[in-house]
Design a binder for this molecule. Structure first.
Ligand SMILES: Nc1ncnc2c1ncn2[C@@H]1O[C@H](COP(=O)(O)OP(=O)(O)OP(=O)(O)O)[C@@H](O)[C@H]1O
Ligand SMILES: [Mg+2]
Length: 372
């Protein structure tokens, strides 16, 4: 998949700019706070449907404007496609693919595929569980639509179930029946979500192992332990959706009195996590900073590889400010692995890329972009 053009209008500090990208390496460089990450963020909206910086939609609109629009043209194995993403100050949003309005976000995500790598991802080994879940969810959602739908439904069900738990006194008469219906639906979604995540991680870490050995020449084995309320000794146990469902059902029944007291759902796939293990030890505690970064890099490369296995073509790689954080050896490794794929890189230091002669270079200054 290749991103050929992206037209930004009134997005963050960009009033209007039509970008055209090379199908290999593109480098956006310039001083801090000029509008480099804004471009990556705008492109990745088409991959994940939201800002990777957790920004509110209204913050994406240029401060003196009423609406913002980004349009992209990309080619996949089938054809050239056009997509647009419009945001209005009243928080409404419109999305289009090839001129047709897309109603549901679950139909928008999964068309344009991208792997994002930003500085926060370098510490994925020790970040909060929510960030590791976020990694899984955005990676899997781009090629697995039923998973994305289950995630969205699960979020709604959780809100409803939590509201019910909080208002137990008011709803005493109907509580038992409503709780049972919501718990059953939630257990079904959670059983499926945990199954898909466990399978994805198993696949991912087989690739991470290869990348890591290649990158560092290390001989320590890399792996993960799935952390879930329903996890047993072996990850494979979680591949059995019917068994997962039974376990979640039991948990919801067991916990209900406690949940009424605290007014929230205590277990489910929304609490899943995974611990990364290097040489049999918890990497969060035992791996050095450099090792943790190498693991993060290997995870991103593996994410791209699985995306390719699923869709038949590589996604677009978006590297926001990460290469300058890596030592020469790791940087060269990443660049050689990404050779032949489309990469859009941001950096403050152009000198970082002095050795790359065939890159398209774009100088960034105060929301203005100049091809060099
Ligand atoms: N809604 C908005 N309207 C106008 N300007 C905005 C808006 N949101 C952000 N900005 C501006 O965009 C700039 C930040 O852009 P960006 O995050 O892309 O910087 P950067 O070039 O990646 O910098 P760094 O090298 O520090 O990461 C800031 O000057 C900020 O004030
Ligand atoms: Mg930036």
């Amino acid at each position: 998949m290749y991103l050929d053009c992206a037209v930004f209008e009134n997005y963050r500090n960009i009033e209007h700019f039509p970008f055209s990208f090379d199908r290999e390496i593109n480098i956006l460089y310039g001083k801090n706070a000029q509008g480099k990450t804004n471009v990556i963020e705008g492109i990745y909206l088409f991959g994940s449907g939201k800002s990777f910086r957790h920004a509110r939609e209204k913050d994406l609109i240029k401060s003196d404007k009423n609406h913002s629009q980004i349009s992209i043209a990309y080619v996949d194995a089938q054809r050239e496609n056009k997509m647009s993403y419009r945001i209005f100050r009243d928080l409404s949003r419109e999305t289009f693919k090839n001129g047709v309005k897309i109603g549901r976000m679950s139909n928008f995500i999964g068309n344009f595929k991208a792997v994002l790598f930003c500085p926060e991802h370098l510490s994925i080994v020790k970040n909060e569980p929510a960030e590791r879940r976020g990694f899984l969810d955005s990676a899997i959602s781009q090629f697995n639509r039923p998973y994305l739908s289950a995630l969205m439904e699960c979020k709604k069900l959780l809100e409803q179930r939590n509201a019910l738990l909080k208002n137990y006194e008011k709803n005493k008469d109907s509580f038992a029946l409503t709780a049972e219906i919501l718990s059953e639906k939630l257990a079904a979604d959670a059983a499926y979500i945990t199954e898909v995540r466990a399978k994805y991680l198993t696949r991912l870490f087989a690739l991470v192992d290869t990348y890591l050995r290649d990158m560092t020449g290390g001989r320590e084995s890399i792996g993960f332990t799935y952390l879930s309320h329903i996890a047993g000794k072996e990850t494979e146990e979680l591949f059995d959706r019917a068994a997962n469902l039974e376990k979640y059902r039991k948990l919801f029944q067991k916990d209900i009195q406690r949940e009424i007291l605290i007014g929230t759902t205590v277990s489910g796939s929304h609490k899943d996590d995974f611990e990364i293990r290097l040489g049999g030890m918890n990497a969060k505690i035992f791996a050095s900073q450099g090792q943790q970064r190498s693991i993060a890099l290997a995870m991103k490369l593996a994410e791209g590889e699985i995306s390719k296995e699923e869709s038949g073509e590589y996604p677009v790689f978006l590297l926001d400010d990460v290469l300058s954080e890596l030592d020469r050896e790791r940087k060269n490794y990443v660049l050689s692995e990404l050779h032949g794929r489309q990469v859009i890189i941001t950096t403050c230091d152009e000198a970082d890329f002095a050795g790359i002669s065939h890159a398209k270079k774009i100088y960034v200054e105060n929301g203005n972009y100049t091809y060099i």
